[in-house]
Design a protein around this ligand. Structure first.
Ligand code: AMP
Length: 448
């Protein structure tokens, strides 16, 4: 059986060893150093095809082992084939965020530690000097965010004419973040004869179009997990008018039961404003979002890790790929437009087998989003009845059948957001249990 939990991967699957995938012994040694003995489903499905040189389109989320699914066969192929002529970049991995780029580079170094291969990373938001220097050392693999890569290419620092393998990691986010024009320019500088691997958490028509434009008869692999929230996360909803949200947030964060909290907003602007508000209230906080420099983000994360600040406020950029232990509370100050983001956000708590609480503030305009989330996870959130800013009108809106079965269409870039995943339209038990009215700041009983 395959059981996946978004955010915290807990994997059970058919036993198959890495050695049966015929990877180079130096790679197997690195995997054994890491304590990996069994390939994850995406690795089992993708590695043989990537090794054989085929194009691949894979639907896989963070946490499924997708980084190794492309890194391992790429390293294997690069070490097996002599570089033609002078050493040049032979594999290019494009990724939407700086954090992901750094994580992929680290994985490559880990898996390739017993091989004579080099990787380098190029990302925006930090001075380019060191990156230019790293590229001059002739890396075999380059991990990059599109904007900075294009800048350095245009300045003549990077040669891409020997690329044999191109990877799009989290292609859906790359498109969401508006990278398509940069991506197209980059691809126009690559050899047309190459292997192209595309990884995306969702399969939209935009992704299918990208695949058609960039790939040649790709093998398709889908390991979309059954969306499932770890049962150790107590999921609560607090109905509150929009203009009372700030006061409610400070109230909750002052509670002793809240040890370390991540607060999510939809915009960078609001994340900044909230952080300032919390500081004024004497609550230690910092903000992380894509306008912050890399060093500011790392500083904030490390202060949060070390417990120097209690609260990190951020946009969905901190919902995926960031692993911080000991987060007692995730607070959705605003509900995300995509229900999948909710699952990613709340997966930041209850890590490593601990318990956690996810609180979602819901104003009148967000009731439809709440229903979309419940449809996806098939778990009704528990209503917190006794908080000081409770709005019974909004609670009633949720109870009324109005929005049931009809995902609210949120306009984004003039288009409606995708509705929740197929098969998630099962009826949701709408009525919260009346015996379950936890106080905030304290853990309610686990929602199953
Ligand atoms: P990813 O989906 O690439 O972000 O990987 C999620 C996590 O799973 C990372 O922390 C990897 O180190 C870990 N991982 C990847 N493959 C395996 C494996 N075969 N066995 C155990 N852990 C793995």
């Amino acid at each position: 059986s395959v059981v996946f939990y978004l955010g915290t991967p807990r994997l059970e699957f058919m036993q198959q060893s890495f050695s049966s995938l015929l990877l180079h012994t130096s790679i197997l040694r690195a995997l054994s150093d890491e304590g990996y003995d069994t390939p994850t489903p995406i690795q089992q499905k993708a590695i043989p095809d990537v090794l054989s040189g085929k194009d691949l389109i894979a639907v896989a989320q963070t946490g499924t082992g997708k980084t190794a699914a492309f890194s391992l066969p790429i390293l294997h192929r690069l070490q097996a084939q002599e570089a033609r002529g002078r050493r040049r970049i032979r594999a290019l991995i494009l990724t939407p965020t700086r954090e992901l780029a750094l994580q992929i580079d680290e994985s490559l170094r880990t898996y390739g530690r017993h091989l004579p291969l080099r990787s380098a990373v190029i990302l925006g938001g930090v001075p380019a000097g060191k990156q230019i220097k790293a590229v001059r050392q002739h890396p075999d693999v380059l991990v990059a965010t599109p904007g900075r890569l294009l800048d350095l290419y245009n300045q003549g620092h990077i040669n891409l004419d020997q690329i044999e393998v191109l990877v799009f990691d989290e292609a859906d986010r790359m498109l969401d973040m508006g990278f398509l024009p940069d991506v197209k320019k980059i691809v126009s500088h690559l050899p047309t004869k190459r292997q192209t691997l595309l990884f995306s958490a969702t399969m939209s028509s935009d992704i299918a179009r990208l695949a058609r434009q960039m790939q040649n008869d790709p093998v398709k692999v889908d390991v979309t997990p059954k969306v499932s929230v770890p049962t150790k996360i107590a999921q609560q909803v607090l109905f509150v008018e929009k203009n009372n949200k700030r006061a409610l947030l400070s109230d909750i964060l002052k509670d002793k039961g809240v040890l370390r909290a991540l607060v999510f907003t939809r915009t960078k602007h609001l994340a900044n404003r909230l952080m300032k508000h919390l500081l004024r209230q004497g609550i230690t906080a910092d903000a992380i979002h894509s306008n912050k420099t890399q060093s500011a983000r790392q500083k904030a994360l490390s202060a949060f890790h070390r417990g120097h600040i209690k609260v990190l406020v951020g946009t969905d950029i901190i919902a995926r790929g960031i692993d911080v232990d000991g987060v007692s509370h995730v607070i959705n100050y605003e509900l995300p437009h995509e229900p999948e983001s909710y699952v990613h956000r709340i997966g930041r708590t209850a890590r490593a087998g601990t318990e956690g609480t996810a609180m979602s503030f819901c104003d009148a305009e967000e009731v439809g989003l709440l229903k979309g989330i419940e449809r996806l996870t098939r778990v009704p959130l528990t209503t917190v009845e006794n908080h000081p800013f409770r709005s019974s009108e909004i609670a009633e809106l949720r109870q009324s059948g109005k929005a049931v079965g009809k995902p609210v269409q949120h306009r984004r870039n003039g288009r409606s957001a995708p509705s929740s995943r197929k098969g998630s339209s099962n009826a949701v038990q709408e009525k919260p249990r009346s015996d379950n009215t936890p106080k905030f700041g304290r853990r309610s009983r686990t929602v199953r």
